[in-house]
Design a protein around this ligand. Structure first.
Ligand code: GLC
Length: 416
């Protein structure tokens, strides 16, 4: 298969392959590896220049408890997340699965078991789609850096890499997502043999969706630590830490609040994208309590307001605009107004060019009386305080006669 043939093949059924993922919207990222034992970010080996011989000892001292992946999956489910992505190998090079490619793995060293298999089984048990994160960069493999300068080393490192990916795509049944990371030190897709590698992946898992971090754009983009929509027509997923570190970092500070998480989810939904929110479990595998304390209310909120998030959505940009009291998500003629700063008993929305048919509370469906004049919609008879007792984010469902169009612009007078 030529590179062009590969690209055409991957493009042909892209939309169909992505459909479940678009509708799922919200996933859980899990960064877990040897670095959890140090509790100072997954880059600690590089940032502190820990000698390899010293770092390697973490492979033997790592003793996770029984099947923590069940706790993650149970939590993800309760949080309203529909899929998970777990680090099978991070930059440190330690493989969490039973691999033939290196002895630096969870079966041969401290844990003494296949942590990827446990994860896969937990996802299946809780009905979550399964993603594998795989970091291309490798600080442990002797050819991981040398491969940039030495052709024989590059060959060995590519064989290792392809061997790892082949095992992951062969030994664990149906896998839904392959999430590559950092492609240092090779310069491009040719050098990584990314066409060939991904063609192999697709031959083994034809339905799989692949991210853009192996030097090919593939199925979706991956904005990191910011929720920014890709250009229309391009799928995207924002990956976000919970507290500024992907790997376990037991600080009491910097945790994003429930409202911030809902805000990110709204922004992702409004842009037709996904949110992959990370947890960094402790060395024994338990979830930091700060994450659990926030994810459970998020899930409670989503259980009632999920209609504004899940499923096929339309992009808001160019159709609806922000307001001081809230912001939108959109499905066809129905707009969802996420009111996060309560205005009191009346809510005014300017600039709507479309006739409103019905306004109601998303929860319970009670109708809200309104008056609509040219350029101004006013909802009446609201309670004095935000009725949402989880996060003070109340969703108002506005059903229009056609796809809504709002024009506010920057001036008070709209220049057509
Ligand atoms: C960055 C970091 C890495 C993290 C990843 C998640 O590339 O290097 O540690 O796993 O982002 O998106």
């Amino acid at each position: 298969m030529t590179n062009e043939e590969y690209l055409a093949m991957a493009a042909a059924d892209r939309e169909a392959r992505l459909q479940w993922w678009h509708e799922a919207r919200f996933g859980m990222f899990v960064h877990w590896g040897l670095y959890a034992q140090l509790g100072r970010h997954e880059w600690v080996m590089n940032r502190e220049r820990i000698p390899l011989a010293e770092y390697e000892k973490l492979a033997d001292s790592w003793k996770p408890k029984e099947r923590p992946a069940r706790e993650w999956a149970q939590l993800a489910k309760a949080a309203g997340q529909k899929y998970m992505v777990m680090t099978t190998k991070h930059h440190e090079g330690f493989c969490l699965w039973d691999t033939q490619q290196t002895d630096y793995n969870a079966v041969k060293r401290g844990p003494g078991r296949d942590l990827v298999r446990e994860y896969v089984e937990a996802c299946r048990e809780f009905g979550l789609k399964i993603g594998f994160y795989y970091s291309l960069i490798d600080w442990h493999h002797p050819d991981g850096a040398l491969c940039a300068k030495d052709e024989a080393a590059r060959r060995r490192f590519l064989d290792f890499t392809q061997g790892c990916v082949r095992e992951l795509m062969t030994n664990y049944g149906h896998i839904d997502i392959l999430w590559y990371d950092v492609s240092w030190p090779l310069p491009d897709a040719e050098a990584w043999e990314a066409y060939k590698m991904n063609a192999m992946v697709r031959a083994l898992q034809p339905h799989i969706i692949i991210n853009n971090r192996a030097k090919l754009p593939e199925d979706f983009g991956t904005p990191e630590e910011h929720v920014t929509a890709a250009e229309p027509g391009r799928a995207w997923e924002a990956c976000m830490t919970f507290n500024g570190s992907w790997g376990y970092f037991p600080t009491a500070i910097d945790w994003r609040s429930v409202r911030e998480v809902l805000g990110m989810l709204r922004t992702a939904t409004a842009g037709g994208g996904n949110l992959l929110l990370n947890i960094g479990p402790a060395p024994d595998g338990s979830v930091p309590p700060e994450a659990t304390e926030r994810l459970l209310p998020v899930g409670k909120w989503l259980a009632k307001n999920g209609e504004a998030v899940y499923g096929q959505v339309d992009r808001v940009q160019g159709k609806l605009e922000w307001l001081p009291t809230g912001n939108w998500t959109l499905k066809g003629n129905t707009a969802y107004y996420w009111c996060s700063r309560w205005p009191g008993t009346e809510l005014a929305i300017g600039g709507l060019r479309t006739k409103l048919r019905r306004a109601s509370y998303l929860i319970g469906g009670a109708e809200i009386p309104f008056t609509q004049t040219e350029n101004r919609l006013v909802l009446h008879g609201l309670p004095p305080h935000n009725p949402d007792d989880i996060a003070s984010v109340t969703v108002l469902k506005l059903e229009f006669e056609e796809e809504p169009k709002q024009v506010l612009g920057a001036g008070y007078v709209v220049l057509e």
